[in-house]
Design a protein around this ligand. Structure first.
Ligand SMILES: N=C(N)NCCCC[C@H](N)C(=O)O
Ligand SMILES: O=C(O)CCC(=O)C(=O)O
Ligand SMILES: [Fe+2]
Length: 331
């Protein structure tokens, strides 16, 4: 449960990153300070900005430029990489194709997921089997995104070590069977500015993405500078803006971490409203548990919340994901 926060904390994660592979990281004073801040952020808001995260600013910007260029193409061009059930829900979705609680979202996107080998996760896995689809222009689009995804995966794994310590667990608690083979999702998202959205589809709807929680462990949001559109709901139901802070990722906790923490940490509701006249892009990287992880509260979290599990049945992440994906689109 989030508190009545009015702003989102900014955390310098560099001391954690520097010591991440040190077996004694839990004793390092710099790491302890980051861990303390992560703990407070995860309990109170479920959201924080991560600064000094080590991913080059040039790459952060380049992926957003590539996204702007792609969304600017004629519709027929974008349809060449159309998302279908046969592509495992990978590829381009048009404006209004993604729905949240029954209402079409005013965004278009390219979704891609960690690749799954055929048959790897049985029938549940089949839903997501398929090849990621990449624009052919610029020719380096695929390489650029794959590099970005690689760095985001690594950063997320490191931040999760800090979050594991914050919960009082081993720094490696989210590796191995829980997220040692993290199933990531990368969404390249475009939100038309106010007039385009009105002119094109669904005149009454200015919601870029309706209120939702994220599905997995940790999300890294790389948003356009200069446009405030992401909003996070506090305990009283007020929407608090996550205004862009150059050089940071907006990070937030997903449903699987809420369960693992036995509810100590919040997967907070958020939405996107682009009221600016400018087209906005965001690259959202979702770091998730293993596809076949059976997720239930960590023992250490259960002890900290009175010895009772607040979630009685383990959730298989792949089932949670596919139940969302299969109801998320009007195709
Ligand atoms: N993989 C993630 N988290 N995607 C976020 C999309 C949220 C909107 C979606 N229609 C929904 O209702 O969940
Ligand atoms: O566009 C954003 O800032 C966030 C998007 C988001 O919440 C999502 O895709 O899950
Ligand atoms: Fe989200």
């Amino acid at each position: 449960m989030p508190t009545d926060f009015k702003s989102l904390p900014v955390i310098d994660v560099s001391p954690l990153l520097a010591k991440c592979d040190d077996p004694n990281l839990a004793q390092d004073p710099g790491v302890c300070e980051v861990v303390k801040q992560l703990d407070q952020a995860c309990r109170e808001t479920g959201f924080f900005y991560a600064k000094c995260h080590g991913i080059p600013d040039s790459l952060i910007k380049e992926v957003k430029i590539a996204a702007h260029n792609f969304f600017h193409l004629p519709y027929e061009e974008k349809l060449k990489i159309k998302m279908t059930t046969a592509s495992g829900y990978r590829g381009y979705q048009r404006l209004g194709e993604n729905i949240t609680k029954g209402i079409p979202d005013m965004h278009e996107a390219i979704d891609c997921y960690r690749e799954i080998n055929g048959g790897m996760y049985g029938n549940t896995g089949k839903v997501m089997e398929g090849c990621n689809q990449w624009p052919l222009d610029p020719p380096n689009f695929k390489l650029l995104m794959e590099e970005y995804i690689r760095l985001c995966t690594d950063l997320s794994r490191k931040i999760m070590r800090g979050i594991a310590l914050a919960l009082g667990a081993s720094p490696y608690a989210f590796e191995g069977e829980i997220a040692g083979d993290a199933f990531w999702v990368n969404r390249i998202i475009g939100y038309p500015g106010i007039s385009t959205a009105n002119g094109t589809y669904m005149p009454e709807n200015d919601i870029g993405c309706g209120a939702h929680t994220d599905y997995g462990l940790l999300t890294l949001v790389n948003q356009d500078d200069g446009i405030t559109a992401l909003q996070v709901r506090n305990k009283s139901g007020e929407w608090i803006s996550a205004a862009p802070i150059p050089g940071t990722f907006v990070c937030n906790i997903g449903d699987m971490l809420k369960i693992l923490s036995n509810g100590l940490y919040a997967s907070t509701l958020h939405r996107v409203v682009n009221n600016s006249p400018k087209y906005r892009v965001c690259i959202a990287f979702f770091y998730e548990t293993n596809f076949d992880a059976a997720v239930e509260p960590l023992d250490v979290c259960k002890q900290r919340t009175g010895g009772v599990k607040n979630f009685d049945k383990a959730v298989v992440y792949g089932e949670h994901l596919t139940s969302k994906v299969q109801t998320n689109f009007v195709m």
